[in-house]
Design a protein around this ligand. Structure first.
Ligand SMILES: [Fe+2]
Ligand SMILES: [Fe+2]
Length: 184
């Protein structure tokens, strides 16, 4: 019993999670960015559902939108995290390689984006064949699963850690490194 109490004293004191949310919203701009990006990720899943049924022009438009989103929004979001967020998480966790698994997720997203770009170009030359449609749907569902889990991990593990441990000035510095306007 005493051992457990002694061990408890050495643990960092954390407020109950319901209070933590009230006490620190410092990373709210990043949480909101995730929410916005996730609406597009849901569009990608919806396109996977209907890709084999919609007309080739509609599919081409959907592929164009998806590629523009990946290139113009999701990949820049990942690069900003690699510049400003992951190095700080690595320092707090005491190991520069601590965020490597998350960087590998980013690499996998990048490869999906490239594969999707190839299929988008292919669709410009004529309707996709059955096998190509299967590949397309696998890519779209894969992207959706990968990104939603990746965001969940960032929200639950990284954002909360930074909100607990960074000072307001350090959060401002991080947002500057990430080119994100400081919502606070
Ligand atoms: Fe990320
Ligand atoms: Fe993220």
């Amino acid at each position: 019993m005493m051992d457990r109490l002694a061990a408890g004293r050495n643990r960092p004191v954390r407020p109950p999670s319901s209070l933590a949310g009230i006490m620190n919203h410092a990373l709210q701009p990043l949480r909101e960015e995730h929410t916005t990006l996730l609406t597009h990720i849901e569009d990608i899943r919806a396109m996977a559902d209907v890709a084999a049924e919609i007309s080739p022009p509609l599919l081409r438009q959907g592929l164009d939108d998806a590629c523009r989103f990946l290139r113009g929004q999701l990949v820049p979001h990942m690069r900003a995290e690699e510049r400003g967020l992951y190095p700080r998480v690595g320092r707090l966790l005491g190991a520069s390689g601590a965020t490597d698994p998350m960087r590998m997720d980013h690499g996998a997203v990048q490869r999906y984006a490239e594969d999707l770009g190839v299929l988008k170009d292919r669709a410009l030359m004529g309707p996709l064949r059955k096998e190509e449609l299967k590949t397309l749907r696998r890519i779209l569902y894969g992207l959706h699963a990968l990104v939603t889990l990746h965001f969940t991990k960032e929200d639950a593990l990284y954002f909360s850690l930074l909100e607990e441990r960074l000072s307001p000035a350090e959060v401002t510095d991080m947002f500057r490194d990430m080119d994100i306007p400081n919502g606070g």
